[in-house]
Design a protein around this ligand. Sequence first.
Ligand code: CTP
Length: 439
Amino acid sequence: MTSGGPVGDAREPCAPWKGRRLVLGVCGGIAAYKSVQLARDLTLLGATVDVVLTGSARNFVAPLSFEGVTGRGALTDLFSVEGAALHVSLGREADCVCIAPATADFIARAASGRASDLLTTAVVASGAPVVVAPAMNDSMFAHPRTQANLARLEASPRYHRVGPATGLLAAGEGSGPGRMAEPGEVVDAVGRVMGSGGALSGARVVVTGGPTREPIDPVRYLGNRSSGKMGVALARTAWLRGAEVTLVTGPASVPLPDGMEVVRVETARQMRDAVLALAGEADAAVFAAAVADYRPREVKSGKIKRSEAGNSLTVGFTANPDIAAGAVARMKAGSVSVGFALETSDLVARAEAKLAAKGLDLIVANRAGEDGAGFEADTNRVTILGRGVAPRELPLMDKFAVAWEITGLIEARLGKGGGVVRTGHPHRKSAGAARRQPE
Ligand code: CTP
């Protein structure tokens, strides 16, 4: 997934991985420069990140660079002052081990179970899942031995591969597959591995997002300012919590996520058809789309010409279907539905009325026109209401953080209901207590 990075700066901090421990292994490749960003992103998401550099990694990047972004000393030596059993404690305490970049040499050593330096020793001593981000020259990646070693690792449920991408390699070295996945993709791969195992793991989640466009003639449409950011953030956080996500989105102005099914639609009726086809099987649905309530009664087959229409034009409208209400009526018992309510006044009362009218379990209310919230903004200030629970007002937060809260509430409700048939993600464990994964 490449849908935006983690959250930092002035907003309410979002630290979904607080209390989680990660080992970030950095091997000797030019892509090691990306690992500093990766270490920073993982740290900003709340994780405690122990960076382990191989000997050759130190030729590309300095331990101090990592110390600057993680606030912890980077580790390099198997036999060091940190203690003789460092390799054991590192691995034992890790919730996930991430190797980025993973060189051909590391992959070969890991595939054969070698423990020849601090990093490989920690991997062998750990039972935690391992996310591997290969990065190397394209001919090294294509080499049958490298491919065989990777296949051997991937045969184990403990190992998860992200990348490599196809793109420019080191200067003058072409552009075949071998480029390390971008830090955002590696963060998401680590997050999915750590996030799976809760009540959303394996759950089928449908998210609507973006605006709809209602055509007036072949070149014009009725639309709105929705960017699609909230829908993307909801889809991404549900995916990070292990769900099988389908994002049904109108034309969004932000990149759409990888790693999940994305259904692109234009009109409200196309969105309705796509959502209704999925609603019956969904364990949860979140309706974040800004659906046009009305569409032109008649779509002109030719362009409306000013020279013919003159100085005034009247377009008649007809109501669009209510997608959320229609979908909720089809959803199975024990499922969870969440709507949004954009209001200019009487926020709580109007949102409560929508919650009841559409048969939703939760509704996320926000005020139109507030600075830093709503359409196009990166942030949102919302109040979450549910049937039989007191309204919960959240501070101004990044949309990712808002989405993390919402999907957390869905997870909690599904956990209580217990109605989800899970497809099995064996990687979740309580923080700080690694469970051995089968090799
Ligand atoms: N919604 C929907 N289909 C529609 C209109 C709205 O699925 N045709 C969903 C939205 O995605 C949101 C919720 O219903 O989750 C409320 O949308 P909102 O635009 O706030 O309210 P409306 O239902 O359109 O009501 P009103 O225009 O009176 O505010």
